[in-house]
Design a protein around this ligand. Structure first.
Ligand code: ADP
Ligand code: MG
Length: 322
């Protein structure tokens, strides 16, 4: 696209990015031409996901550049994990207020650390002047019969979730309130862990799967709607970190876990006969997992407290904080 404000500094930034990128055998042509040329393996589906992070909306303005880099890729890889896919390539569109090379170097530290860890090659993108905004697209592969879709939950399935819930929302609450900020919780907000190995292994056993980005109840409701079923969740079974338990009373914690956003954990459903198998996969991939509820006939997602009473949240789902 023609841009009258484009200058040599933007080409310099692209060059800084190109010099740090790692190759993959299936990248025929990466950064530098009008488009990338990529070899898609025969017999597998190409899986594509994209997500944008805007400063002040999707991350606090005081977030370190390396954490912005990590998170902008992590939220995308989390979508691949939720499909049971293996990552291969990514593109990066950067809108930057200034041609700040130091910011870009810091951003790349986090972005490329995660990219290399999962063998995702950066193959192209765009660099423009504007408000700070990062758009990433990830590409991966999955066998045609192994993709984990939202519409595959079955009545009487167990509902499971990986990791812990509510940590990122807790960090955001502390950031808003100016209350003492816990470093563990803040790291969960800034550096989510995409559950790729676990997602790929789940393809053998899980029915439906989604990554929790907008809050557990909201995201599980997407699964329920797509699958034409309902679900119930037991609040006291929701996995909590020690840091979350220490920082909030039970009622606040439950609200953060059930409705807070930015967890990037996998929520999935599976037949109840496969509990041992799921625990085994969790152990083998080093992924904590908790069984939190059940798929039922009907529609909607209902949460129940430890006494079996229906629980109403004050908030319907994650509200972006700007
Ligand atoms: P064009 O005008 O053809 O879009 P650009 O000057 O925008 O070309 O980009 C030149 C090359 O650099 C392209 O291969 C593009 O994919 C790559 N590129 C531009 N910005 C980025 C970025 N932020 N990250 C990775 N690659 C980039
Ligand atoms: Mg371009």
């Amino acid at each position: 696209m023609s841009d009258p404000h484009r200058d040599a500094r933007e080409f310099d930034l692209i060059d800084r990015i190109r010099r740090r990128v790692h190759a993959r055998d299936d990248v025929v042509l990466g950064i530098g031409d009008d488009a990338a040329l990529l070899r898609v393996p025969t017999g597998r589906l190409l899986v594509v996901a994209a997500d944008t992070l805007n400063a002040g909306v999707h991350f606090p303005e005081d977030t370190a550049p390396a954490d912005v880099g990590w998170k902008s890729l992590a939220v995308n890889l989390s979508d691949l994990a939720a499909m049971g896919a293996e990552p291969a390539w990514c593109t990066l569109s950067l809108s930057l207020p200034g041609g700040d090379a130091a910011w870009v170097d810091g951003f790349l530290d986090g972005f490329l650390e995660l990219a290399h860890a999962h063998r995702a090659a950066l193959v192209g993108g765009d660099t423009t002047r504007g408000p700070l905004s990062i758009s990433v697209t990830v590409h991966g592969f999955v066998a045609p019969d192994r993709a984990l879709r939202r519409d595959a939950a079955r009545i009487d399935d167990d509902v499971w979730v990986s990791g812990t819930l509510g940590d990122a929302a807790a960090a955001l609450a502390q950031w808003h309130e100016g209350s003492p900020r816990d470093a563990f919780l803040r790291a969960r907000l800034d550096r989510p862990t995409p559950r790729l190995a676990f997602g790929a292994a789940l393809a053998d056993v899980a029915h439906a799967c989604i990554d929790v980005s907008d809050g557990l109840l909201a995201d599980l409701a997407h699964v329920a709607r797509a699958s034409g079923v309902g679900a119930r969740v037991e609040l006291d079974r929701l996995p909590a970190s020690d840091a979350l338990r220490a920082a909030f009373d039970d009622a606040t914690r439950h609200a953060l876990q059930a409705t807070g956003g930015d967890d990037y954990e996998l929520c999935f459903t599976a037949a109840s006969g496969l509990r041992d198998e799921i625990e085994r996969i969790a152990r083998e991939t080093g992924t904590p997992v908790a069984r939190i509820g059940r798929v039922e006939a009907g529609e909607g997602v209902r949460a129940f407290d430890a006494l079996g009473a229906p629980w109403e949240s004050g908030r319907a789902g994650y509200q972006h904080f700007a």
